[in-house]
Design a binder for this molecule. Structure first.
Ligand code: F6R
Length: 606
């Protein structure tokens, strides 16, 4: 949940760290700091709040070796003292850390008994003081001594004042990437922060330690044996990490969707046979045919995509499917019967709960397919096969294009599973025709942005909303409500429309609007009745329906019409309307859209 950046090389200005931090700021942004070596001593600069505050206190010092951090607080309040880098008690070692040291209390007590004084509330301080304890002229060795003592999922980078040209990093569960440049080396939580220096990267695996100097990278496995690893080329271009002319990454990413959906489909279907193919999937068709049950694990927006996939897989492929929130699932003792296939959905591929659920399921013998956006992520490395979203980097904290590309990939996966079983070629071709029309339909919705903005500005004054819909629209309601909560800070509830009269309808009044998602045709009549019930309680109604709708038009206060598609695919187009609505509500309310408060992009803690 925190962002790490470290640099050794000729760009000695400490401001090089600021650029790196900007690229990982989405991972946490309650405070930030850097440490470097100045005249043989460690120097730190820290500030609470956004990077702009750190920028104000950065001087023009030079140092060949800098570590930097942007924080999402786990242990200890958001204060300058608790901001990283964290120093050991002798001010010799500085550490930046992402993740949690689960046994930090015990380690801290032990160190305190040995006379160590702690100055922060962080768990990171035990790492700094443990390294100091084991340090005898060799920082690498000290880090290797510390690694086995730490439990939980972490990644950290350490520097020592006596080694002005080296950084040592360790990975115990959380991501860290090495950028291999010409006479310069970089470490970061995300390749995004590296691409401006070099495209050559090495992904560390759990238990590995790396020492970087300007001209060398030394890697070691958990048993401290030197290893060599493949240098990989970053696939993305630097432009993909920029927000171009858009005011926010979130808006850019909403607009990226037509192309992202096209990319997600590219060469993954066979028109002639009305089916989908995934060349990147290393699982044989015979094994897919043997699947008797599917378990989907995911969190947040990815969970909502999973719920929609659950409906599709049961209805179209006729495979029993359970969809589970990974943070709940991991504490169960799941029964993994023969023929169970797991789909683990995660944009980042790093969500701690989803990774833990995957490990539990794999330990029980299940085959796991990851549905993921990030190459080299933990999920993509641990799953038996991965279907990449090809959405391009998603930097806005609020997930948008990941959701619609997840749905695209899941729709294709459903089609493949259904064709392997029972649906006809013609039915498959009809499905594909509808799917191929989606990017154009999303473009059509984006062209209605101004109208959606006007409506959002009218509704942005309300503090409570209900999103109602049935069947495919129920998870879409959950997703629409989540967008409004997280970026506009508006209390919004997604509800199965049929559930309203079992309690929540009591909350409806003229100050509590209802967003009626009426793009599921099988349940359209029922939802229209539920909308009537809401209207009878004076709730302002903003309806979303297919073009040509006449019934909802008569009862809704306002109506947004979108192109007609199949029920299974309507979540994609309807979600885009909800994303724009939330974005413009947030803008009207002056919220910090790309970096909503209290959130971070990649949830690497439980
Ligand atoms: C919401 C959002 C989060 C993520 C969730 C899972 O807009 O971004 O709810 O969807 O944290 O993240 P991934 O998909 O990376 O596992």
């Amino acid at each position: 949940m925190c962002g790490i950046f470290a640099y050794v090389g000729p760009k000695t200005t400490i401001r090089v760290a600021l650029e790196g931090l900007r690229k990982v700021e989405y991972r946490g942004y309650d405070s930030a700091g850097i440490a470097y070596i100045n005249e043989g001593k460690l120097a730190t600069k820290k500030a609470v709040g956004k990077l702009a505050n750190l920028e104000k206190v950065l001087g023009e010092d030079a140092s060949p070796c800098i570590i930097a951090h942007t924080r999402w607080a786990t242990h200890g309040k958001v204060t300058e003292t608790n901001a990283h880098p964290i120093l050991d008690q002798t001010d010799s070692i500085a550490v930046v850390h992402n993740g949690i040291v689960e046994n930090f209390e015990q380690l801290r007590h032990e160190l305190e008994r040995e006379g160590v004084t702690f100055r922060t509330e962080t768990d990171t301080e035990v790492i700094a003081n443990l390294i100091a304890k084991f340090y005898t002229d060799d920082l690498l060795r000290a880090v290797q001594e510390v690694m086995p003592l730490l439990t939980g999922s972490s990644a950290f980078v350490a520097i020592h004042k006596n080694h002005p040209d080296e950084c040592v990093a360790a990975k115990i569960g959380s991501p860290i990437v090495v950028g291999v440049g010409e006479g310069e080396m970089i470490l970061a939580s995300d390749p995004n922060a590296i691409i401006h220096h070099t495209r050559d990267v090495i992904y560390l695996s759990d238990g590995e330690v790396v020492r970087i100097k300007p001209h060398s990278v030394e890697l070691f496995d958990a048993s401290r044996t030197p290893i060599s690893k493949k240098v990989e080329q970053l696939a993305h271009s630097a432009e993909e990490f920029s927000k171009g002319n858009f005011e926010h990454y979130t808006l850019k990413e909403i607009h990226d969707q037509p192309q992202a959906i096209r990319n997600a489909m590219l060469s993954r279907f066979l028109e002639e046979y009305g089916t989908a193919i995934f060349e990147d999937l290393q699982i044989k068709p015979a094994n897919l045919l043997a699947v008797k049950r599917i378990v989907i694990v995911a969190a947040g927006t990815s969970f909502h995509a999973g719920l929609i996939a659950g409906y599709m897989l049961e209805e179209i492929a006729r495979i029993p499917t359970d969809v589970e929130i990974s943070s709940e699932f991991r504490y169960r003792n799941p029964i993994v019967a023969d023929g169970t296939l797991v789909l683990a959905i995660s944009q980042s591929g790093e969500t701690a709960d989803t990774i833990a659920a995957v490990r539990e399921l794999k330990a029980k013998g299940a085959t796991v397919i990851g549905i993921c956006n990030v190459h080299g992520s933990t999920l993509s490395r641990e799953a038996d096969g991965t279907l990449f979203l090809r959405a391009g980097p998603e930097i806005g904290v609020c997930s948008t294009k990941a959701f619609t590309t997840q749905l695209t990939v899941l729709a294709l996966f459903t089609l493949m599973m259904a064709r392997l079983r029972h649906i006809s070629k013609t039915e498959g071709q009809e499905f594909l025709t509808a799917l191929k029309a989606i990017p154009g339909q999303v473009e059509q919705i984006l062209s209605q942005s101004d109208a959606i903005q006007q409506l959002a500005e009218t509704y942005a004054q309300f503090n409570d909303f209900f999103f109602i819909g049935r069947r495919y629209m129920f998870p879409t309601c959950l997703e629409g409500a989540l967008k409004l909560k997280e970026i506009a800070y508006i209390n919004a509830n997604g509800y199965a429309a049929g559930e309203m009269k079992h309690g929540p309808i009591a909350l409806l009044n003229e100050r509590c609007p209802t967003l009626a998602l009426c793009t599921d045709m099988l349940t359209y009549d029922k939802v229209v009745s539920n909308v009537m019930e809401a209207r009878a309680r004076h709730s302002p109604i903003l309806g979303i329906a297919f073009e040509g709708d006449t019934r909802l038009k008569k009862i809704a206060t306002h109506l947004i019409e979108i192109p007609k598609t199949r029920d299974e695919l309507a979540p994609i187009t309807t979600a885009v309307v909800c994303q724009l609505f939330a974005y413009f509500c947030a803008k009207k309310r002056g919220a910090d859209i790309d970096q909503p408060k209290n959130l971070a992009k990649s949830v690497t803690v439980e």
